[in-house]
Design a protein around this ligand. Structure first.
Ligand SMILES: [Zn+2]
Length: 940
């Protein structure tokens, strides 16, 4: 056994990793996690004792995991009361427990499927988990994880297969033993085959209506005959059951053979993350050592000699495709030599950064100006399909508007011009270093990564990179190498590109069918005229240029000294008749990041349904106006979000505090100078119509809307908003609304993180000075008042507004004091704490210690009291409201259109079964005269 300690790589990295190569060839990385508030010595020994006990138990408790599940649960669970063992509760207190996790990667995947059994590798990935010799129960592992707060998953890629799970730390050792048995001695019994084929087949059925899977499958079918890129990796009942039966293929034997050949320790990499303990390491060693090693001289699955899979006449054509979804999209794709070995340079990442840029001079900014495109993505996703030992894809995917679809050759032309520009200018050190800095900042200061995702990435990295780069190889840009970048860039030419154009308008013109997913498509040559324009001297559009220096990249990461006393909760540090500011300096997480949030309250929003719609439009267009100027901030990992709240505009900004004020100012400036062109206005009015429509046709969303309409006093319904919007609005009305919105406001903010109180006050000052508003004439309530239902059961039944959806929706609402299902656990990152405090600010309740109070209140109440209290409130005399959204009968559907009428609700009478319930047929009449609850409900 060889052992080595890898160094922690970042100041915020609390992990220490140990790398071992076992005698059977298995490579393992043990990541000990020291983060979290309770990594104290005695916590550790506590954990170890527990582990020991469990290890002893497991010998005679083999099938225990299964039998305990389900049957004995008492039915009190129906009331949503969580059974908490007292001891457990004590242990958990103050312990922000991270899950322990493990992942194993086997260096084999679908590329190795035998040609007569497509999907075999994927099928095997399923089969190894159907019980082991030591734990034979088929679903025993899942049941065990479920019982101990864990989860597991697995995935089969072209050249790799990954298995991962996570579980509470105290159960990790037992889980690890159970899991390891799948690799040591899986049962894979004959009987399970037929059942599990169904699981594989249903995955295939689920994937079938997805346009991204269809695109991939169709693209794969363009590969040279016999190349693994053309394989049907999913597998289904046809390829794994019906056809083998006809051809007398013994699937069971073939599964075993595949497993024997490839599931060998020396092809496996293992990553484990838990809090550091020695004996875990020992256990891991013992278990992993039991994994079988095939004859070592058997060659590993290797496809690296099958280069240029798409060097075929089928490439460099125009494919027209009928998509499942209603969307126009253009895909421009190149197949490059494998680029994985250049992971230290990441040439495709550099190129896609520029291709996907959204600032001035970028492809998307020009397309947006012409109203041709809505979105653009470019690059390589680094999945096995996009990058493997045979090739690397580079693809650009553009979501087009109707007009963009009509002009797709022009759109393509612009992309080619931009690439030509990049080739002419050559790789830019300044831009490379910017990306490098941004990636490094993100890496070094990232907040918690879910352990299960982390080990999943790392065990794969272990197959791809040398050991020094296990933890960083997929994330960092190590060195600027213009030759490597130029080599990739020079291949992105019009002559080597393949075009795929998706549009519902292609229906009826696509005679071809992709074999496995049935995608309708057609092939044609790229128009001669365009080909000639592209082969000649491509003239560059003057609108295209490289991005300017990004001024949002943080370089100062110092933690600021405190300029006021420490507090547990936010305190109000500025207060006037035009606004106030809540502030809490972070002394717990100690990261150079901060959160700024503002609620800009206005009484005009709720004045009419029309105003609510105007406000939605204003916020959407404001977001559109910011897309260009704030793009640089976003790529520098500063985030912002604008929300059209019910009573005000919510502005949320977060990220490295160094350049955060800059972004905040950009947003406030755009609000102060709000403007919209008629084109943009109508585009967003149309878009909003679709958004409302899509809400109304979803039974669960319509049900919620109806429920809130009944319960919340003076709320406007979605139907009313839709009516106001379809009645027609114009840009002048929007500009007038925007004026009156900004005239009188109240701005309430919360700042948390690495800002001093003096700096924080400046944000409020900037808002009030820049927006130049007057104080509100009267206080504006920020919550709707809730009606008090009579002590009866009520039912409101409306017709579903969706013709096509077969799903009905019923929600039942009991009016009781909300009792939150609580868990005593600490915040694991600053955002959670901010979210909790913000909820108090935005509702103007300010009970920042609500969580503590609720925990105390719950402790006072016994479990029996709780249950009887719930039962009481479910009785005949409860304040109960059921909302039913019923599917329309087929006979009622007389119109021929695909889209139904959604601007009116149809109330239905309650069925005779619902006697004792009062049917609500007219909402305004029903709620008229009902008493209202007071605004603020604070749990005492
Ligand atoms: Zn699967």
């Amino acid at each position: 056994m060889k052992q080595q300690t890898l160094c922690a790589v970042s100041p915020f990295d609390f992990t220490l990793s140990r790398y071992v190569v076992l005698d059977n060839g298995l490579r393992a990385l043990l990541i000990s996690d020291y983060s979290g508030p309770s990594a104290s010595g005695d916590e550790d020994s506590d954990g170890e004792d527990e582990g020991e006990e469990e290890e002893e138990e497991e010998e005679d408790d083999e099938s225990g995991g299964d039998s305990e599940d389900g049957s004995e649960e008492d039915d009190d669970d129906d009331y949503g009361v969580d059974e908490e063992d007292d001891n457990e509760g004590k242990k958990k207190k103050g312990n922000a427990e991270k899950q322990s996790a493990a992942a194993l990667c086997v260096g084999v995947g679908s590329f190795s499927d035998p040609s007569d059994l497509p999907g075999l590798a994927h099928f095997l990935e399923h089969m190894v988990f159907m019980g082991s010799e030591k734990y034979p129960s088929e679903n025993g592992f899942d049941a065990f994880l479920k019982k101990h707060g864990g989860s597991d998953n697995a995935s089969t890629d072209c050249e790799r297969t990954i298995f991962q799970f996570d579980v509470q730390r105290k159960s990790f050792k037992e889980a690890l033993d159970r899991w390891a048995q799948f690799f040591i001695c899986p049962l894979m019994i004959r009987d399970a085959i037929d059942r599990e084929v169904e699981a594989v087949d249903s995955e295939y059925q689920l994937a079938k209506p997805s346009d991204s899977h269809r695109k991939e499958m169709l693209f794969g079918s363009l590969a040279k005959p016999g190349h693994p890129m053309g394989k049907f990796c999913w597998g289904n009942a046809q390829t794994l059951k019906q056809e083998p039966k006809q051809k007398k293929i013994n699937v069971y034997k073939r599964l075993r053979a595949f497993w024997k050949k490839y599931y060998s320790a020396h092809y496996m990499t293992l990553a484990v993350q838990s809090k550091g303990q020695e004996n875990l390491f020992h256990l891991l060693y013992i278990k992993s050592q039991s994994i079988r090693l095939t004859e070592i001289d058997l060659p590993k699955a290797d496809f690296s000699d099958m280069l240029d899979p798409f060097d075929t006449p089928a490439f460099n054509k125009l494919y027209r495709v009928v998509p499942v979804g209603k969307v126009h999209a253009l895909n421009i794709t190149w197949a490059l030599p494998p680029q994985e070995k250049y992971y230290r340079v990441k040439p495709l990442h550099y190129i896609s950064w520029l291709i996907g840029h959204e600032g001035t001079g970028s492809i998307l900014s020009v397309l947006r100006k012409k109203c041709w495109a809505l979105a653009l993505f470019g690059g390589n996703s680094e999945t096995g399909f996009d990058q493997n030992t045979t090739y690397s894809i580079f693809s650009i995917s553009i979501t087009l508007t109707d007009e963009g679809f009509q002009n797709f050759y022009q759109v393509t032309h612009l992309v080619f011009q931009y690439l030509k520009m990049l080739q002419t200018l050559g790789p830019q050190k300044r831009i490379y270093e910017e990306i490098q800095k941004i990636e490094a900042n993100e890496f070094h200061y990232q907040e918690q990564i879910d352990p299960i995702e982390y080990v999943e990435d790392i065990c794969e990295n272990m197959q791809l990179f040398p050991k020094d780069d296990f933890l960083t190889g997929d994330q960092l840009m190590f060195e600027f190498n213009p030759e490597v970048i130029s080599a990739a860039l020079s291949l992105l030419t019009p002559e080597k590109a393949n075009l795929m154009l998706l549009s519902p308008e292609h229906e009826g013109q696509c005679p071809l069918r992709e074999k496995w997913f049935g995608t309708q498509y057609s092939i044609e040559d790229i128009e001669q005229e365009w080909k000639e324009r592209w082969t000649g001297n491509l003239e560059l559009s003057g609108d295209l240029h490289l991005p300017a220096e990004n001024k949002f990249i943080a370089t100062d990461f110092t933690l600021k000294p405190s300029d006021c006393p420490d507090t547990e909760f936010p305190v109000r540090i500025a207060d006037s008749d035009r606004g106030c500011l809540w502030y809490k300096k972070d002394n717990k997480f100690k990261i150079p990041k901060a959160y700024i949030r503002f609620h800009v309250i206005s009484p005009v929003i709720q004045q009419s349904a029309k105003n609510v719609v105007m406000f939605d439009l204003l916020v959407n267009i404001l977001g559109h106006n910011l897309a260009g100027p704030a793009y640089e901030a976003e790529v520098a990992q500063l985030e912002y979000k604008l929300v059209a709240g019910e009573h005000g505009l919510v502005i949320k900004v977060k990220g490295f505090n160094h350049k955060l004020p800059l972004l905040f100012h950009v947003i406030i400036d755009h609000l102060a100078d709000f403007a919209a062109s008629p084109d943009v206005f109508s585009m967003f009015a149309e878009q909003l119509k679709k958004t409302y429509f899509n809400i109304l046709i979803k039974p669960e969303k319509l049900g919620k809307d109806v429920r809130l309409l009944i319960l919340e006093h003076s709320r406007w319904s979605m139907v009313e908003k839709y009516q106001a919007l379809t009645a027609g609005l114009n840009i002048n009305e929007l500009m007038e609304f925007s004026q009156s919105f900004r005239a009188e406001l109240y701005a309430e903010g919360l700042v948390q993180g690495n800002f001093s109180s003096a700096e924080s006050k400046l944000f409020l000052q900037y808002v009030t000075e820049k927006l130049q508003f007057s104080k509100l004439p009267a206080e504006v309530p920020v919550m709707f008042r809730v009606v008090e239902l009579p002590l009866k059961q009520h039912i409101c039944k409306v017709k579903s507004l969706n013709k096509g959806d077969a799903n009905s929706e019923v929600t039942v609402y009991y009016q009781v004091i909300a009792l939150v299902k609580l868990k005593e656990c600490e915040d694991t990152h600053l955002g959670e704490e901010v979210d909790r405090n913000w909820a108090e600010v935005v509702t103007q309740q300010y009970v920042f210690d609500r969580l503590n109070r609720e925990i105390e209140a719950l402790k006072q109440m016994t479990r029996t009291e709780l249950v009887s209290w719930f039962k009481e409130h479910r009785g005949q005399n409860s304040r109960k409201l059921s909302v039913h959204v019923r599917v329309k009968g087929k006979e009622e559907d007389s119109s021929g259109s695909t889209y139904g009428e959604v601007s009116k609700l149809t109330f239905l009478t309650a069925s005779p079964k619902m006697t004792g319930s009062i049917a609500i047929m007219d909402i305004p009449a029903f709620i008229k005269g009902l008493p209202l609850f007071p605004y603020h409900k604070i749990l005492e």
